[in-house]
Write a protein that binds this ligand. Structure first.
Ligand code: 13P
Ligand code: SF4
Length: 322
């Protein structure tokens, strides 16, 4: 505890000294989210993190999340120094979508519009016509479908098939998945719902279709928080990373939040739903990133050609969202 107080105080001072701002995702540890709030930073979903980092006047962004979030910040703000607590924090969707293979997939279908999820490398974004996050994916695909575009979607197959179902759009899906959301189990979720008949089930669309079917609300992290705030139920069963409970409880005080079951054979696992890469973000790592004389081990760099390539579909998304 005294270590934590030390790091918090040091980080606050270093943020001022370095003209830096902390941008955190909802899945990071509550103490990081609280620190971002206290210091005028931002706690949000991946779309809002991108927007906030681009618009904030700070010289340095320290991005607590996973690598694609730091890269997105750098692509949008090349003049800023972008630091991360660790450069090792990746995402199974990003890892499962290497540029060479994805590019070949796109080349095989040259008449298709390429839509990629933000959870991808800068190189994959540079190959795309559109970048989307889960907050805006439905609207963008609806827009493309209305123009009769044939779509390649990558990399999350669950989110892709959810969007296909919702929009009726025809999409060729890359077969990637999020290792965290892929673990939610429909059978155990239905059983849990029977125990809590007044509960509403909130599901992130990176979850399997069988889990989405049980949902009362489906959406991005910020949309799920909004659902907890607005739905009349007193209890919510939540199928997304448990880091979200911090802001969800703030938004819905007095309501009971329960983790959706994960794990094999319908068993309930109460600690699986936490992204191992989001968990790499800690106070000590934020302190080290900010305190290093030469923060090279923490600084995000994006190849200039990839950056300018990725900027086009990312800007398209931000313009569409605004
Ligand atoms: P959101 O855009 O909903 O925050 O999702 C990001 C993510 O990594 C979900 O696993
Ligand atoms: Fe990637 Fe899943 Fe972790 Fe989100 S929760 S960063 S999609 S591995």
């Amino acid at each position: 505890e005294s270590d934590k107080a030390f790091y918090k105080a040091e980080i606050k001072q270093l943020l001022k000294q370095r003209n830096a701002v902390l941008v955190a995702h909802y899945y990071t540890d509550p103490e990081i989210q609280a620190l971002a709030e206290e210091t005028g930073g931002c706690v949000s979903d991946s779309l809002e993190m991108a927007r906030f980092g681009k618009e904030h006047p700070a010289a340095t962004l320290i991005v607590a999340g996973v690598k694609f979030m730091g890269e997105t910040a750098k692509i949008l703000s090349p003049e800023k120094t972008v630091l991360m607590p660790t450069l090792e924090a990746t995402c199974s969707l990003d890892v499962g979508c290497p540029i060479e293979d994805f590019s070949a997939f796109c080349d095989a279908h040259p008449d298709h519009t390429v839509v990629v999820y933000a959870n991808t490398s800068a190189a994959v974004k540079a190959r795309a016509d559109w970048v989307v996050t889960s907050s805006i994916a439905l609207e963008i695909v609806e827009h493309l479908d209305a123009e009769d575009k044939k779509i390649i979607w990558g990399p999350d197959r669950h989110l892709g098939s959810y969007i296909e179902k919702q929009t009726g759009a025809e999409m060729l899906l890359w077969q990637g998945e999020c290792i965290v959301h892929d673990e939610f189990k429909a059978k155990a979720l239905r059983e849990l719902k029977l125990q809590y008949p007044n509960a509403a089930v909130l599901v992130h669309p990176e979850s399997p279709a069988s889990v989405v079917e049980v949902a009362d609300a489906v959406g991005s992290t910020s949309q799920l928080i909004k659902a907890a705030q607005t739905l009349p139920n007193d209890t919510f069963i939540v199928a997304t990373d448990k880091g979200i409970f911090y802001k969800m409880q703030q938004a819905a005080p007095g309501k009971t939040l329960i983790e959706a079951p994960t794990g094999g054979n319908g068993a309930t696992c109460r600690s699986c739903a936490h992204c191992p890469w989001m968990a790499m973000n800690g106070l000590q790592a934020i302190y080290t990133a900010l305190a290093s004389e030469q923060a090279k081990a923490h600084e995000i760099h994006v190849d200039e050609q990839q950056r300018t390539g990725a900027l086009v579909p990312l800007t398209r998304m931000l313009d569409f969202a605004s």
